[in-house]
Design a protein around this ligand. Structure first.
Ligand SMILES: Cc1cc2nc3c(=O)[nH]c(=O)nc-3n(C[C@H](O)[C@H](O)[C@H](O)COP(=O)(O)OP(=O)(O)OC[C@H]3O[C@@H](n4cnc5c(N)ncnc54)[C@H](O)[C@@H]3O)c2cc1C
Length: 317
């Protein structure tokens, strides 16, 4: 299942991180005046046999007019219906843009999202498997359906304007892959040739997201390293150095396995690390980063140092 991208023009990013962030428009559409977009694709990314609990979708939306959104930003989705808690219309939920800056079709007229169905348990009533409003609405959409969108939002998770002189380490869990898919396509379309790593964690091998696209990149771009961590199917071979629940293989274990190469990249003052996905993933990753930094004589808190140097970006939810 290969995906090709039509490139009609290169994205022009301004030369410094500061300028990039200033010139990016946000909140063009609000709850009172949302943009109506049309679903043109809703493709399941995980194996059908995994059922609704591991159902992750790639959704492509077409719009008329303007919805300038770039990887690292999020779109607000207004699900229909009333919130039973507030008795008011449902509020927007944020979803990371999964497409490159010109959209999957390269014409600046679409954007894409990567959405997993959310289910929850009500502790008061004991009810289980209650479907989250927006995620299940999105996953159930059909081609031709119209959706109300707010945003785009967010500036803190963008690629820097001077990306061409930087190395990148991207670490994702689950749908946290969304911004990195868009960023990687943007980078490669613009002739990026430096080291870029992607470490993706999912529960099962048949739940890997955009795996074929990343494998194709790894063949085409020798400096792109693609690693996976399959938590429920692989064991942690470094359990005395990096403790994980039931010895599962998590992204931080894969980081430890490749510590020498990783540290070599992260020791460069132009490198940047981005983490995106499940809330709490940073709690497993920071101790590994700190241990690596300490071993290399960089200090006790490598994670804090990276943050202070504006070289560590985190988006978890
Ligand atoms: C910056 C950002 C980017 C994100 N990117 C993505 C992404 O790329 N892909 C993705 O899949 N998700 C993403 N998310 C998560 C997404 O925004 C939603 O939080 C997620 O899909 C769940 O929304 P929902 O409407 O399905 O669930 P909701 O209906 O909002 O339920 C969420 C929680 O609210 C509580 N709740 C809901 N209804 C009730 C009720 N009636 N009574 C009591 N409690 C209730 C429950 O605790 C439940 O677990 C992102 C979040 C952020 C902040």
């Amino acid at each position: 299942m290969g995906v090709s991208f039509q490139v009609s023009k290169f994205v022009i990013l301004s030369p410094s991180m500061e300028n990039t962030q200033k010139s990016i428009p946000i909140n063009l559409y609000r709850i009172s005046s949302p943009l109506a977009v049309e679903v043109i694709e809703n493709r399941r990314l995980t194996a059908e046999s995994r059922g609704r609990k591991n159902d992750v979708r790639h959704l492509v939306f077409k719009f008329n007019g303007s919805y300038p959104c770039i990887p690292g930003q999020s779109a607000g989705i207004l699900p229909p219906g009333i919130d039973s808690r507030t008795k008011r219309p449902n509020s927007p939920r944020l979803y990371s843009v999964a497409s490159p800056s010109t959209g999957d079709h390269g014409d600046g007229k679409t954007f894409s999202l990567c959405v997993t169905r959310h289910f929850w348990e009500n502790p008061q009533t004991g009810e289980k498997d209650l479907p989250g409003a927006a995620s299940n609405y999105l996953c159930d959409l059909r081609v031709g359906d119209k959706v109300k969108v707010t945003g785009p939002t967010g500036k803190h998770f963008l690629l820097p304007g001077d990306f061409g002189v930087r190395d990148f380490i991207f670490v994702a869990t689950g749908t946290g892959i969304a911004p990195f898919r868009g960023m990687l396509i943007d980078l490669f379309q613009q002739g990026y040739e430096r080291n870029v790593w992607l470490i993706l964690g999912v529960p099962y091998k048949d739940c890997l997201l955009y795996d074929d696209e990343f494998r194709a990149f790894a063949v085409k771009y020798p400096k792109f390293t693609y690693l996976t961590a399959i938590s429920r199917e692989e064991n942690n071979p470094f359990s005395s150095e990096v403790q994980t629940r039931q010895n599962k293989m998590y992204v931080q274990v894969r980081m430890y396995e490749y510590r020498e190469k990783l540290l070599k990249i992260l020791s460069g003052s132009n490198s940047m690390m981005y983490l995106c996905g499940l809330k709490g993933m940073e709690e497993g990753i920071f101790p590994v980063l700190n241990a690596l930094g300490k071993g290399a004589g960089i200090g006790d808190s490598f994670a804090e140092k990276l943050k202070a140097d504006q070289r560590l970006r985190v988006e978890v939810y």
